[in-house]
Design a protein around this ligand. Sequence first.
Ligand SMILES: [Fe+2]
Length: 317
Amino acid sequence: MKSMSLKGFHIKPIDDFLESRKTVLTNSDCSIVLAAPKKSLRDYFYKNTDSDEVIFVHKGTGKFRSQLGNIAFKYGDYILIPRGMIYQIDFDTQDNRLFIVESKSPVYTPKRYRNWFGQHLETSPFCERDLHAPSELETYNIKGDFIIKVKKQDFIHEYVYAAHPFSVVGWDGYNFPYKFSIHDFEPITGRVHQPPPVHQTFETNAFSICSFVPRLYDYHPNAVPAPYNHSNIDSDEVLYYVDGNFMSRKNVDEGQITLHPSGIPHGPHPGTMEKSIGKKETTELAVMVDTFKPLMVTEEAMKINDNSYYQSWLEDS
Ligand SMILES: [Fe+2]
């Protein structure tokens, strides 16, 4: 049980989309994966039948392509892919960085943001207009050998379809991939420190995903904007640093992941609390995943582990 810091951008770029995906943290509910794919996924199709996927695009632009249509993506987009979707991905360049959460249970927008009819409330930090379903349906009526790599119980099974998997004329229903840009998350701020759930973006029955976006700090005259020290009991806390200055941390790089496990306390590094006094706003951009079950650290994570992280709480570090 130890606070850890992983250098996410040290994950090596790899040509193939599936081979590039490196699981760094995992439990029986979800896996947290980093990927730096260099090439578009065009040689085969991919279907994850274990998990919904949330792909956060840290670097790169391109097009997600599925049998329900295409979604153009760019920096800051969350792409939500329900399990069972057959898809490919086009990248415009070789410089791509993805932060992926695979979830064994469905990923929804939080129930407390919705009214009795299921619509997002006026007080929700985003609404239906910010969620973008696929457009540009590609349809094919061709025969051939189409390789589908199917993920089932963490193994990849290779199937060959005799017809193009996008052999559809249209679709209907409520189960479809969509995107949401972190830049469309409207932060909730207050006179005094707001609790972490104000940042919540997605929910499952096993973890939450939150977005920390540029925002005004607490504006009570005596407010201390840096967060208080705290000891998680109900969740392990994973932060993925995307951009901006991070108020509670020293020596944070983009693409870095911190893991603060439940059971031991964590909080601002020495000096950062005092430094935050009088600050009006933050430019930080980060994604947080709070898992209710403890996370295990993989060998891939140990390869990019910053073993000196605990020293960042020492006074003279
Ligand atoms: Fe925390």
